[in-house]
Each structure stands twice: as structure tokens, then as C-alpha cells.
Ligand binder design. Sequence first.
Ligand code: C5P
Length: 215
Amino acid sequence: MIVTIDGPAGAGKSSIARDVAVELGFAFLDTGAMYRAITYGAMQAGVELQDVASLVSYAEAATLTWEDDRIDLDGEDVSDAIRTPMVTSNIRFIADPPEIRGCLTEQQRRIAKGRDIVTEGRDQGTEVFPDAECKIFLTASPEERARRRQLQLIASGREASLEEVLIAQNQRDLEDRMRDVGRLRAASDATVIQTDGMCPEQVKQAVLDTVRCRQ
Ligand code: C5P
């Protein structure tokens, strides 16, 4: 069974998807981490970020492996390095060109083949797994998402005003909604879960209820 969870930045997809996968005994795939890792690796390798052909070659040759929360790129643990603002601001060079998306889409389908899996991102229910048995679109208002993100930043020792977080988030939302291929949107057959005012446990239960209805 394939469960796709798509939605905008800060909707809590990663942690909810991970918890739901554990609860169901399914594998879990964080596709944002794949886009992040390729962005980070290409930057480290000095690949010109405007050069799509070189980026495709780089993405095809790169090896990504996972264990629990950890992600390795060509054998190096990049779990923290892929979360820096520098990586986030350059992701569009990897996420926009359809050629690079095609390469990552292929890898995502290979990873999911023959497995029960919860996979989260922006385009999982629309482009990557259009026939998934259960599709969820997890969202919340921009203000609620920015508040959650700010709390995460504070918890990790970084300070940021709500306004700063909201501006950066709006920019990412815009980039994610405008791209030609794989843009952020709910699949027509997705269940939309609006999470404003819900605690993480309530969101998890709502997702699990949706999945169990389709099992
Ligand atoms: O989910 P996360 O915030 O880590 O994703 C980082 C970025 O990677 C997104 O803002 C988006 O631009 C890109 N992405 C994508 N398609 C996916 C997952 C992530 O384009 N399936």
C-alpha cells in the first residue's frame, strides 16, 4: 500500500508521516530530504547550479541511503547539513528543472516498489504515485505554520521573528506552487486535512483514520 502525504512547508508532514509509518509498520520516505541532499551535494561538489545537464549527471550518480532519522549521501551523514538556510534557498535549482525531478521521481518509485510505504513531499500523490491507494494533503494557515516553525527554531537554539519566518515561508510556498512540473497542489482524489488548532497527536489520528478507511 502506498500512502502519500503532500503539503506546504511547515505543515508538519515529516514528523506526522514518520509517526504514522511507525504505527502502521510501513517504510517511510522523506522526499524533501532527497531534494535537499542533492542540492547540498551539488553545492559541495562545485556543480554549477544553473547547469541542468551537470546537475542531472550529479543526481544520477549520487547514492542516497537512509537509516531512521539519518540520511547519507555517498556514504557521508548529511542529516544536519541539508537543513541549513543556504541549502533551502538553493533548492529551486534542483526542484524546478523537470529533468532533475524525473531522475528523483524514478528513484522514489524504485524505493517504493513492492513495499508498504508512507511517502511525503509536494508531488507524491499527483506526479510520483498517481495510483496510490491513499492520498492525503496536510495543510494549515500560513500564520499557524509559521508559528510552529518559529517554535522549532527556538527549540533548536535559533532565534527568528514570526515576521521573518512568515516572509521566508511565503517565498517557499510561492516557488513550490509556481513550478511547471511537480508543483505543490492537492491531488483531486486526496483527503485534505486542515490542521489549524489540532495538536500533533490529533493530526496523527486523523491521518491514521484516513489510511485505515482505505486498507
Ligand atoms: O519538505 P522539505 O521542506 O524538506 O522540502 C524542501 C524543498 O524540496 C521544498 O520546498 C520543495 O521545493 C522541494 N521538494 C519538491 N518535491 C518534493 C519534496 C520537496 O520539490 N516531493
